[in-house]
Design a protein around this ligand. Structure first.
Ligand code: OAD
Length: 233
């Protein structure tokens, strides 16, 4: 019977496309205070600082292209006879640009916006300022990037939990395994009987829960791994 595969990706999969990771040397959290720019409290206190931070990231994300790791996961979804679900913590668009369709952005998307006043959500490619009105209700001050901040609940947790419960293979790519709930997915998948594989430049926080560790850059290791899975079917 074809396997059901759940793949968790983190910022390491986009590093070779030119997007900074968060906790590696020189990463985003060495330059910005996470409590200021990635919490609801930070947004209440410093709205312009927070919106400028995501404006900067949106501009960077407009310039980048998928790398061989994103493309290989899209190929896996196309060619594998079973179900492949990619759950990403990344707010960039690189999985979509590569062609992945069955995709969950559990931490939201920088190219979408959300109005906390009326709950409207829409695509958003431009800069946001505290004066930008929500296109739906026209209120200002509540319109923000549709990204999940610390202290907020990630999206689609029910769908992810269901997928982990029936997964036969769980693969974690380019994530440090330090931010929950994503960091707990490997243990959940393993408890449900999944084989667990990590692809990373270094051993992550959840290392003891992985059956196999593939050491190397995602752009090299993911295409090789996908080739192996497709050849074995
Ligand atoms: P981190 O910066 O915590 O971890 C990046 C991981 O990618 C590390 O384990 C690196 O070893 C690995 N890595 C770097 N380059 C790589 C490459 N070329 N190939 C393979 N692996 C590589 O980033 P995340 O784990 O994504 O959340 O962080 C998780 C969450 O914390 C993010 O979604 C974000 C952040 O704060 C929010 O903002 C809510």
């Amino acid at each position: 019977m074809p396997e059901r595969i759940v793949i968790l990706t983190g910022s390491g999969i986009s590093a070779e496309s030119g997007i900074s990771t968060f906790r590696d040397k020189g990463g985003i959290w060495s330059k910005y205070n996470v409590n200021d720019v990635a919490t609801p409290e930070g947004f209440a206190r410093y709205p312009k600082l927070v919106l400028d931070f995501y404006n900067m990231r949106r501009r960077i994300h407009k310039e980048v292209q998928p790398n061989p790791a994103h493309l290989a996961l899209a190929r896996l979804e196309r060619e594998y006879p079973g179900e492949v679900l990619v759950v990403t913590q990344n707010v960039d668009q690189l999985h979509e640009l590569a062609g992945t369709k069955n995709l969950i952005h559990m931490h939201g998307e920088v190219f979408r916006a959300w109005c906390m006043a009326c709950d409207a959500r829409c695509d958003w490619c431009d800069d946001l300022t505290p004066e930008t009105p929500c296109p739906a209700c026209k209120q200002t001050g509540s319109f923000r990037p549709n990204v999940v901040w610390f202290g907020e609940t990630p999206y689609h947790m029910d769908v992810i939990a269901d997928a982990l419960a029936v997964a036969s293979l769980f693969v974690s790519i380019g994530t440090s395994g330090t931010v929950y709930p994503a960091a707990g997915f490997v243990a959940l998948a393993r408890r449900s009987g999944a084989r667990t594989v990590e692809i990373n430049l270094e051993v992550s926080g959840g290392a003891r829960h992985f059956d196999e560790f593939l050491h190397g850059p995602a752009g090299t290791e993911v295409p090789r791994f996908v080739e192996r899975i497709l050849a074995a079917r």
